[in-house]
Design a protein around this ligand. Structure first.
Ligand code: PLP
Length: 396
């Protein structure tokens, strides 16, 4: 017999705790997609995906990414040697500029260390392990609710995760930089300023998760504002960046971890320790995705083209919000649905409960996570009426 015969089937991701009660309940978008793929219905609709889709429901490769790849393949001098442990140097510099701003004093004063990591997830993991090894507090406070992977990433990195917010002096606090997942509810800039003051006064360490820069408002600078407010006060913080959504580079796994320090010599020592975290984990990061990003960020024309394509994606999502809201209003669906147009980013937290979600899956072949989160990117003008019919039926 197999030495692994004793293994039990790993449970589906059960962060929400009430999974077994309902026959159709998914708390994880991968599970949603598995069930969706099995459904033979022609009207089925997958609103669980955490990736952008076009109006035709297709995945999108940005034109500017195609151009950058053309440039890369036609350059015969390019080789496939290992990158350094910290990744592609130019990519790291440009990524720090993108998130902190070209005129950031922290960059000018060499107080920022940036390492290329495996997309947002890998950046959070490396940052988490660095903190577990070197920060004086071992607990990270994460929002309630939050992205389902957060607690697991930080626990395996060696930190304790806690929610909600009652953090003792010096704790680490995870902050969604923009487009909070799953709620789509972000603090206003005034509220961010209050959060900043409070956190600094209690010596709390901010760890920003920036998975949607530019994807929320359509502007890269607007979505980075909260982070820049924290950096502007001279204090320290960590930032995990992902290019999965805003450049559509999901499977290339390209992201960056920046640690903003108070002094250049500290930043240098931090980088030396980050290398010790990364080396035994995966040695060094992949070259292709980071090269694409570097080509785009270094070239003014390509950069401008990217911002337009990015705005195109953000605008389509905002338009889906308006269309869904209008469709519910037209049906006279009971309840206040203004949160659909007020929320920001890829997801809407509908407020539908697991029983309602399960009913919509069974009767309308509409798939979403059991917390009632729907991906606006999975909707199109054609499918909005079907979703509105289903929501109307389930709440009346
Ligand atoms: N953080 C949040 C809040 C997310 O929603 C995601 C992706 O869905 C990520 C991080 C990480 O994504 P990736 O590792 O693909 O960059």
């Amino acid at each position: 017999g197999s030495v692994f015969a004793h293994l039990v089937q790993a449970p589906e991701d059960a962060i929400l705790g009430y999974l077994p009660t309902f026959s159709f309940s998914f708390s994880f978008s991968f599970d949603v997609t598995v069930a969706y793929n099995k459904d033979p219905s022609p009207i089925k609709l997958n609103l669980g995906v955490g990736a952008y889709r076009t109006e035709e429901g297709k995945p999108l490769v940005l034109n500017v990414v195609r151009k950058a790849e053309q440039q890369l393949v036609s350059d015969r001098s390019r080789i496939k040697e290992y990158l350094p442990i910290v990744g592609l140097g130019e990519f790291n510099k440009l990524s720090a500029k993108l998130i902190l701003g070209a005129d950031s004093p922290a960059i000018r004063e060499n107080r920022v260390t940036t390492v290329e990591c495996l997309s947002g997830t890998g950046s959070l993991r490396v940052g988490g392990e660095f903190l577990a090894r070197h920060y004086h507090q071992k607990t990270i406070y994460i929002p309630q609710p939050t992205w389902g992977n957060h607690p697991k990433i930080f626990t395996l990195a060696g930190l304790f995760t806690r929610r909600p917010w009652c953090c003792p002096q010096g704790s680490i606090v995870l902050l969604h930089a923009c487009a909070h997942n799953p709620t789509g509810v972000d603090p206003t800039l005034e509220q961010w300023e209050q959060i900043r003051k409070l956190m600094r006064s209690k010596g709390l360490m901010p760890f920003f998760d920036s998975a949607y820069q530019g994807f929320a408002s359509g502007s890269l600078d607007t979505d980075a504002k909260p982070i820049r407010m924290f950096v502007a006060d001279g204090g320290e913080c960590l930032v995990a960046q992902s290019y999965a959504k805003n450049m559509g580079l999901y499977g290339e796994r390209v992201g960056a971890l920046s640690i903003v320090c108070k002094a250049a010599d500290v930043a240098g020592r931090v980088e030396s320790q980050l290398k010790l975290v990364i080396r035994p984990m995966y040695s060094n990061p992949p070259i292709h995705g980071a090269s694409i990003v570097a080509v785009i960020l270094r070239d003014r024309n390509l950069f401008n083209e990217w911002t337009l394509e990015l705005k195109g994606m953000a605008d389509r999502i905002i338009s889906m919000r308006k269309q869904l809201f209008e469709a519910l209003r037209a049906r006279g669906t009971p309840g206040d649905w203004t949160h659909i147009i007020k929320q920001i980013g890829m997801f809407t937290f509908t407020g539908l409960n697991p029983a309602q979600v399960s009913y919509m899956t069974k009767e309308y072949h509409i798939y979403m996570t059991s917390d009632g989160r729907i991906s606006m990117a999975g909707l199109s003008s054609k499918t909005v009426p079907h979703l509105a019919d289903a929501i109307h039926a389930v709440v009346t």
